[in-house]
Ligand binder design. Structure first.
Ligand SMILES: [Mn+2]
Length: 452
């Protein structure tokens, strides 16, 4: 039985939009977070005395990482090889340089033949002797669609046709390797790829363009005892027999991952059997706090009460609060900042409710054909500030529609139901004003007209 540690999608150097430079270390605080989670995974692997470590690809944001990031990556993984644990580094899409073949940031380990390290930069079987016996790792790095796109026979083909051709070729190439496997030795497929049906995580924001996906059946084969994947940042188990697993990324990159737990896999593999466990790491918590203050008489007090309910200590926080423009002056931003001081970082994001972009009145959708007077009634229901005028407006509108009164508004230029009602309402108010002998209000001060 071979015990293994499976980590993936480290992306050292990503997620730096929050945090700052730590003056004590000179490193970005979020880089330190990523490093901390990685070191936790490696600590656990060492403590468990694993026989083999597998890295599923995407070490850095790109193939030309900063020297500091490269150095820390090497320092962490060297802890494994120093302990006599062979380590396979698989090449992911972010590790590849440009659109060409080869040129991955991890190839330096192969070029220098660093003891203990194996680099999976092509489809290949790596027989590895561990202290618990032999194991074979079949590496399936990220396959770049562009390698096939440049071929003459692909001229004029759509991207979908190219993807199909690519999957067909991968199937054949994989089959050829599978036949060369030793059926008596525990076997792991280590692949950086997108499996059909896998649920995307944050990598969709990091990746450029759509990529092709591999049918699950291509990987769910009895020749493999464990299928260790990389690429998708959300941890998921796609199959139980054999286990086909994305451990997911090691740290959160953005608020989209607020609710995902981050971690790695510990597995025990023998021929025909595998047991595994997902172990979470203390990833930085992201917290979105939402508050609708539109109807609040004390927006500052209400927002403060909501903030007090949340555990913001050490978290990356964003506070989204909705309010009307006239409420802004009642928000004490300095006071809020003081309340958020314990957070790792925070953003205050007020959302002003614009008078011009009222949300649609539910009953007034395109699908319903209401009598104009009923439509006006529904609209007025949604505007509490016009409650006092409701009856008068409806009566006036009825008069307008019957043609009893002059001054029908021109609604031909209106672009939405709301605008039609706005114009009609204004006309009705003007009409009412005329009848009551008051000066016409025009579009401004509709309400002031009657309060005058
Ligand atoms: Mn990837």
């Amino acid at each position: 039985m071979v015990r293994l540690l499976h980590i993936s999608d480290i992306h050292l150097g990503s997620g730096l939009s929050h945090g700052r430079i730590n003056p004590a270390t000179g490193l970005h605080t979020r880089f330190e977070d990523f490093l901390y989670c990685l070191s936790q995974a490696i600590d656990r692997g060492l403590a468990e005395g694993v026989d083999l470590a597998l890295f599923g690809g995407d070490a850095f944001p790109n193939a030309t990482p900063e020297p500091t990031h490269q150095e820390e990556f090497a320092r962490q993984f060297k802890r494994l090889t120093d302990a006599g644990i062979p380590t396979v580094l698989l090449v992911g899409n972010h590790d590849l340089h440009g659109r060409g073949v080869g040129g991955a940031s991890l190839n330096i380990y192969a070029a220098l033949q660093v003891p203990g390290f194996v680099v999976g930069s092509r489809l290949q079987i790596h027989p590895i002797a561990t202290r618990s016996g032999p194991v074979q790792v079949l590496s399936l790095p990220w396959v770049n669609r562009s390698t096939l796109l440049t071929r003459e026979e692909m001229r004029g083909k759509s991207l979908e046709q190219v993807d199909l051709a690519l999957v067909e070729r991968m199937k054949l190439a994989l089959e050829a390797q599978v036949r060369r496997l030793d059926p008596a030795v525990p076997t792991v497929l280590l692949g950086h790829l997108m499996v059909e049906n896998a649920v995307f995580g944050a990598e969709r924001h990091l990746a450029v363009g759509r990529s092709f996906s591999i049918p699950l059946a291509m990987l769910a084969r009895s020749e493999f005892d464990y299928v260790a994947l990389g690429h998708v940042h959300r941890h998921q188990v796609l199959c139980e027999d054999p286990p086909i697993i994305y451990p997911g990324s090691i740290e959160r990159v953005d608020f989209g991952e607020e609710k995902e737990s981050k971690g790695f896999i510990l597995a025990e593999v023998e021929r025909g059997r595998c047991r595994y466990e997902f172990v979470s790491v203390p990833a930085r918590s992201f917290k979105t706090i939402q508050a609708n203050l539109a109807d609040s008489g004390d927006p500052q007090g209400d927002l403060a009460a909501i903030l007090r309910k949340h555990k913001i200590e050490g978290a990356i926080v964003r506070v989204l609060y909705r309010l009307h423009p006239h409420q802004i002056e009642r928000i004490d931003t300095a006071g809020l900042r003081q309340m958020l001081e314990g957070a790792f970082s925070y953003q205050l994001q007020p959302e002003l409710i614009s008078q011009l972009s009222q949300p649609r009145v539910p009953g007034l959708g395109e699908s319903c054909a209401l009598d104009p007077i009923d439509a006006l009634r529904q609209y007025l229901e949604s505007r509490p500030e016009l409650a006092d005028l409701r009856l008068a407006l409806v009566e006036t509108a009825e008069a307008l529609i019957k043609g009893d009164s002059p001054g029908l508004p021109d609604t031909n230029e209106c672009e939405s139901d709301a605008e039609v009602l706005e114009v009609t309402t204004t006309a009705a108010l003007d009409l009412l004003a005329r009848e009551e002998g008051l000066p016409a209000g025009g579009t401004n001060g509709q309400l002031g007209l009657f309060h005058a």
